[in-house]
Design a protein. Structure first.
Length: 253
């Protein structure tokens, strides 16, 4: 009977191999459910440890520590595909090494993904944690959404100010009012846009503190229009031109 059962499984997998090959294995931690396909166990454990560390670090850095925790049914999901081909077949861009859907609290990647631990994982977790806090209906400019995510990538956070100073000296700098109007980033603008976004968020948090940043986020969560929420929170500014001038002074110090 046992041989017949094993033979049946073999025939089933031979005829419908995708169903057997695509079976996800699950690894659980306090805040994450990790699903993986043929990934080395030590890689899965490294992802789990890094994700938990980043979760604590990001919520503390953004001042979101008292908000609802990810536990039990609220845990985020990380899918680790077999390799880059398997990852791309799932519908991901062929140039990417990871992807996230903030509303679904999911991240997708594969073991050979370049820079996953230092860049992709903290960046995508930044998006998810920030968006969960402020909500998905908030009319937030792209620079703030991406700036919060970039702020989690330490190397890029620390290098952003220098990149923006370079843009200023070359006459390529984009002022805050224009940056706020950006809805879509063209390919050649990507490096500068991300650098300015990271630098501006870094400036707001380091110069004015987490408390004001959290206050801004709470107003956005409550449905207040972004410009009104920003000027009310950072009351020293009259408008985004004022913000721009102050940011430039900070960069020139």
């Amino acid at each position: 009977m046992k041989r017949l059962f094993l033979f049946t499984i073999f025939i089933f997998c031979f005829i419908r191999p995708g169903l057997c090959e695509d079976k996800w294995q699950e690894y659980r931690s306090l805040h994450f459910l990790i699903y993986y396909k043929d990934a080395p166990r030590d890689f899965v454990e490294a992802v789990q440890e890094s994700a938990e560390d980043y979760y604590q670090e990001i919520t503390q850095e953004l001042g979101f520590t008292r908000e609802k925790s990810w536990s039990f049914d609220e845990r985020a999901k990380i899918y680790i595909y077999r390799d880059s081909d398997d990852y791309i077949k799932s519908g991901q861009a062929d140039w990417s090494h990871g992807a996230a859907i903030a509303k679904e609290k999911t991240i997708r990647t594969f073991p050979q993904a370049s820079g996953f631990f230092d860049t992709t994982l903290p960046h995508e977790l930044g998006h998810i944690i920030f968006r969960e806090f402020v909500g998905f209906r908030s009319n937030i400019p792209l620079w703030m959404d991406e700036g919060v995510a970039m702020y989690q990538e330490k190397a890029k956070r620390w290098g952003a100010n220098q990149a923006v100073r370079g843009a200023i000296s070359q006459g390529a700098f984009v002022p805050v009012p224009e940056l706020t109007d950006v809805q879509r980033v063209e390919k050649d603008f990507v490096p500068l846009f991300y650098a300015e976004s990271a630098s501006l968020v870094y400036y707001l948090i380091t110069e004015f503190g987490k408390y004001k940043f959290v206050s801004l986020c709470k107003m956005l969560k409550g449905g207040t229009r972004f410009e009104n929420a920003f000027i009310e929170t950072y009351s020293r500014f009259k408008d985004f031109k004022d913000v721009n001038d102050s940011w430039l002074d900070y960069l020139n110090q």
